[in-house]
Design a protein around this ligand. Structure first.
Ligand code: ARG
Length: 593
């Protein structure tokens, strides 16, 4: 289905042409004076110079051609030469009924879907998930859903941090604590035990302990580096122990991501490309891209147009060990070989901006990707506490994701009980808990996604969980309200099928209808800009438009059944659009709250 702005621009262009002017002047935009009109066209202003005519005269001539338009109910040429436009009610209702009938509300699908690899989440094995990982997961999940809805072929990869020094640290600490473990027996050739010699909570305690020790004790650090080296070079016992760490950690990660309703198609990690590294590095040397610098191997990636210093990309350390860089480059090579993507999108904290700039340049320069392959890094800002500093627990420690979710849920349960009390109905604890889980997740995700990703934002528990304002719970509350009207309509004997939207009868109804027509343009933008915040801004406007209409209109007590059915059809479309949008943001609405 053609976007509304395109449909009406076509009519305007035809009018410009009929009046003897270039049709390109007929582009219609949203009104920037909504008090005066719904849409506007500034083409007469642009044409004035070219045609040596007063813009108002051109505007008047064009307006005349639109006197019996089936699209515009009002076309006024106003000084100094704008065309102020209002849509015909019957055109608007037909547009919405067509939207309702069409797959994805008539969103245009790409002729050739893009193949996209989305790299998000990026947790590090054996380190507890903390709020820093929250943004990558939340934004990434939403981007995945947006790209898929836009008709593209997306593969989401978690890209586990599972190969660095942290693995060596854990192994070293385990050896110090349990030297008798069979994994450390050099000559052992038998099978290794099925069960891991630690639990997830032990694992999570081991890493910080080992990391702290290595900072104070040089010998300990050397041992950890040695263990990392042995692991990476395939020492059997180390590999087996490493596999146990992965198993225990991944099981825990899955549980956490499930709670967030975040899923991945691939659970690959840095370790998966280990074997590809020697050949890749060798090729870069042979092709003359990599050269030795102070014992390390580097590739220059600076360009003449750089305004800031872009250091070379280091691909091997002086001890021959690979780096974060190296695994990322090899991962690009692996993804190209296995998926041949048109685009790769990476989501991390924006502190990795320079890092990805180096990696992408290196990948292009060394021919790991085709020139037309798009490499995109979306660097997001920090989630801060109310004091403006990175979010911490009340005691000042790192906030674990699980605890954050628990705190939000407790706050939500309180609000749900309060709300039920003021409304005078009963909720039992189980229902309140279940609803709190759903609404709490919406509070967290909307609170995050409604900000432009690159910006820092303040995690404000009170505001995020509020049922009013630009919040997730407000959006859900609106959906719940519509659901309740629709089910009451059905209880009254009404049917939700075979109803159609009618011509708007008052300004708030028309405003809601106009808001619905913006869906297509908004979705296109949110895909092009890879920007979930566009969806948040849209549904906030849509929810507001609905609530204004709702407060001015007695829907269920309307005695004119035709009229009532038309409103119900409008509500139904509003609900469906809102539900699709929140699904794209990664959350859902309960039946009541
Ligand atoms: N594990 C990394 C970190 O915690 C993030 C990984 C992002 N993805 C990538 N391909 N580098 O910083």
């Amino acid at each position: 289905m053609q976007k509304i702005l395109d449909q009406i621009s076509d009519k305007m262009m035809a009018a410009f042409e009929a009046a003897g002017y270039d049709r390109e002047l007929g582009k219609v935009t949203l009104s920037n004076r909504p008090d005066l009109c719904e849409f506007q066209c500034n083409g007469a202003m642009a044409g004035a110079k070219r045609y040596h005519k007063a813009p108002l005269v051109i505007a008047q001539e064009v307006a005349q051609k639109l006197e019996n338009s089936e699209v515009f109910g009002e076309v006024s040429a106003v000084a100094p030469g704008f065309l102020n436009l209002k849509l015909r009610e019957d055109f608007l209702k037909s547009y919405l009924n067509e939207m309702e009938q069409s797959e994805k509300f008539g969103l245009t699908m790409p002729e050739k879907p893009q193949k996209i690899i989305l790299d998000y989440g990026g947790p590090n094995v054996a380190k507890p998930l903390h709020v820093g990982h929250l943004r990558s997961a939340i934004i990434g999940e939403s981007i995945k859903r947006i790209c898929r809805y836009a008709g593209h072929d997306v593969t989401g990869d978690i890209h586990l941090g599972d190969w660095g020094l942290q693995m060596g640290l854990i192994i070293t600490e385990l050896q110090a604590r349990q030297p008798e473990l069979v994994y450390f027996e050099e000559d052992y050739t038998g099978e290794y035990p099925q069960d891991a010699p630690f639990t997830i909570s032990e694992l999570e305690e081991i890493y910080p302990t080992a990391s702290a020790k290595s900072k104070e004790d040089a010998a300990y650090k050397a041992a950890a580096m040695e263990a990392t080296f042995k692991l990476q070079n395939g020492v059997r016992g180390y590999r087996a122990l490493w596999q146990q760490i992965i198993n225990v950690s991944v099981a825990d990660l899955k549980r956490n991501y499930d709670n967030l309703q975040v899923t991945f198609d691939l659970w690959k990690g840095e370790s998966d490309v280990h074997d590809m590294i020697p050949a890749m590095v060798e090729q870069m040397k042979q092709d003359g891209f990599a050269y030795e610098s102070e014992g390390a191997w580097v590739v220059d990636v600076k360009e003449e147009t750089d305004t800031k210093e872009i250091p070379p990309c280091m691909i091997l350390k002086s001890d021959g060990a690979s780096l974060y860089n190296t695994t990322d480059l090899a991962t690009i090579k692996d993804r190209v070989a296995n998926y041949d993507p048109d685009k790769m999108i990476y989501l991390t904290d924006k502190r990795q901006d320079l890092y990805f700039e180096q990696v992408f340049r290196c990948a292009r320069k060394t021919g790991l990707v085709k020139p037309e392959t798009q490499l995109v890094h979306i660097g997001f800002g920090t989630m801060n506490g109310k004091d403006g500093k990175p979010f911490k627990t009340r005691e000042g420690g790192v906030m674990r994701l699980e605890n954050l979710i628990r705190e939000i849920n407790e706050e939500m349960i309180r609000k749900i009980h309060d709300n039920a009390e003021t409304k005078g109905y009963q909720v039992d604890d189980r229902e309140a808990q279940e609803t709190a889980r759903v609404v709490g997740l919406a509070a967290i995700k909307y609170g995050d996604l409604s900000n432009q990703a690159s910006k820092d934002y303040i995690f404000d528990m009170d505001r995020f969980t509020s049922f009013e304002g630009d919040t997730g719970p407000y959006i859900l509350y609106t959906i719940v309200r519509i659901k309740s009207i629709l089910s009451k309509y059905e209880e009254q004997g009404g049917k939700l099928t075979d109803i159609v939207i009618k011509e708007a009868l008052n300004p708030s109804e028309k405003a809601l209808m106009l808001e619905l027509t913006k869906f297509h343009g908004m979705m296109e933008l949110s895909f092009e800009e890879i920007a979930p915040h566009r969806i948040c801004a849209y549904i906030y406007d849509l929810a507001n438009a609905f609530n204004r209409f709702y407060h001015e209109t007695k829907i269920l007590t309307e005695t004119d059944e035709e009229k009532k059915a038309g409103w119900i059809a409008l509500l139904k479309l509003t609900k469906e659009v809102l539900e699709v949008c929140i699904d794209l943001l990664g959350f859902e609405a309960p039946d009541r709250m």
